[in-house]
Unconditional design. Structure first.
Length: 424
């Protein structure tokens, strides 16, 4: 038995949706708590499964985690293990972020290769090359990695390709190593900037976060600090697409338009009106006529985010003509295509590109989510499909979205969560 979401469509989104804290910002900040024996306080932590999994993992290493609503206090006063629990590591990729902090704090660390979404290759080679440059000895076996601190020092390291978790991993590890480290070809995401702000509050000196080059002047005396987790730009983007897809209107409380420039420009080109407010943004698509064909190429921030590719592909199915999605970040990230085809979409797939022919009416059926963002895309498809759409494997959705069905229901969508024999 597992949870499924059942939607009755078509629906029109109309209402207000609060945007939760970004799990992709909370996770590296949680891992950074390993760098100091003092308390690290995080506010606006989203109650999603990936966060709960990392809490369990950190607790297994000896970290004291106290939760008071959305305020979390993590204190690694005594680290009792340097071997990250394998079963938890296999559930989520962010678990790998604990390797460097554990190694610099305790002198050694061991972790199995991480899990997460089944969206293709996400190698950790760049993480390990960076850790070696910082002075760790890296020992790789078939299923696990062990590092030992040999001669830790500041270094100059250039990523062969842009990597968000790699940038975060080396930045937080270097923050606890005396000397100056220069990281080049860095990810520029807002979540990277947030981690740098936390590390600076802990006593590190970091310049350039949010640019391709980050300079870290580390210290062995990192202290406790506090930070409020930024709003989740991918959650906000998902609901913004839903509003345009259904030609509705949605108020996204706490959303930051500055974090969504590429998406909002795309939606405005479809005729949507986007208004920035003091407390978020409004997306109004009630006056939108026929959609226009779209061509989207996923790119590192500030380009179009890969995490919104599946959602925008649903919009492509309703645009007259030929639309294209080119996936440059994870070329295999097209697991949602087969499910959309089952709903009636006309999509030709030649990785790393999908060509979408529209408009095609979608019909409700049973579809299976395969990863976090694909599941969100299938829910959006259910908003415009005629009849009942049942999305299985909802545990994928729960890894990154806070009570999606409740938020959609409050915005006028007929949706319910049920226990079912569908799925695993």
């Amino acid at each position: 038995m597992s949870d499924v979401l059942a939607l009755e469509g078509p629906s029109t989104l109309d209402g207000e949706i609060p945007i939760a804290g970004a799990k992709n910002a909370a996770l590296p900040c949680m891992a950074a708590a390993l760098l100091t024996p003092d308390p690290v306080e995080l506010e606006n932590v989203p109650p999603v499964q990936d966060v709960f999994t990392l809490r369990e993992l950190l607790a297994g290493l000896g970290v004291d985690v106290r939760v008071d609503g959305d305020r979390w206090t993590l204190q690694a006063e005594r680290v009792t293990s340097t071997a990250v629990p394998p079963d938890l590591t296999r559930r989520m990729r962010a678990s790998f972020l604990t390797l460097g902090p554990l190694g610099v704090r305790c002198g050694s660390a061991e972790v199995v290769y991480p899990g997460g979404c089944a969206i293709g290759e996400r190698p950790v080679d760049l993480h390990l090359a960076g850790l070696e440059a910082l002075g760790f000895e890296v020992d790789q076996a078939a299923a696990r990695v062990r590092i030992r601190a040999r001669r830790l020092r500041g270094t100059v390291f250039e990523f062969a390709k842009v990597t968000v978790t790699g940038t975060e991993h080396l930045m937080m590890t270097a923050a606890a190593i005396p000397g100056t480290t220069v990281l080049r070809n860095c990810a520029r995401e807002p979540e990277v900037v947030q981690l740098a702000e936390l590390l600076c509050s802990m006593g590190a000196d970091i310049e350039g976060a949010g640019t391709p080059q980050v300079v870290i002047r580390g210290t062995t005396a990192l202290r406790g600090a506090a930070v409020r987790v930024i709003p989740d730009r991918i959650e906000a983007g998902t609901y913004a697409v839903a509003a345009v897809l259904t030609r509705g209107r949605v108020v996204l409380r706490a959303a930051r338009a500055a974090h969504l420039t590429a998406l909002l420009e795309l939606l405005q080109a479809q005729g949507a009106v986007v208004e920035t407010t003091a407390d978020g943004l409004i997306v109004d698509a009630r006056g939108v006529g026929d959609f226009r064909p779209l061509r989207v190429t996923t790119e590192p921030y500030p380009g179009f985010p890969t995490d919104l590719q599946a959602q925008v592909m649903v919009l492509m199915t309703q645009a007259p003509g030929v639309s294209e999605a080119v996936e440059t970040i994870f070329p295999d990230r097209f697991n949602h295509v087969a499910e959309l085809q089952r709903m009636g979409a006309h999509i030709e797939l030649a990785k790393p590109m999908a060509r979408v022919y529209g408009p095609t009416p979608l019909r409700g059926t049973v579809v299976a989510a395969s990863d976090l963002r694909a599941s969100a895309g299938l829910v959006l498809a259910g908003l415009i499909a005629r009849g009942t759409t049942v999305v299985t494997n909802v545990y994928h959705l729960d890894r990154g979205y806070v009570r999606m069905e409740e938020k959609l229901r409050q915005a006028g969508v007929s949706i319910r969560r049920m226990r079912s024999d569908h799925g695993p």
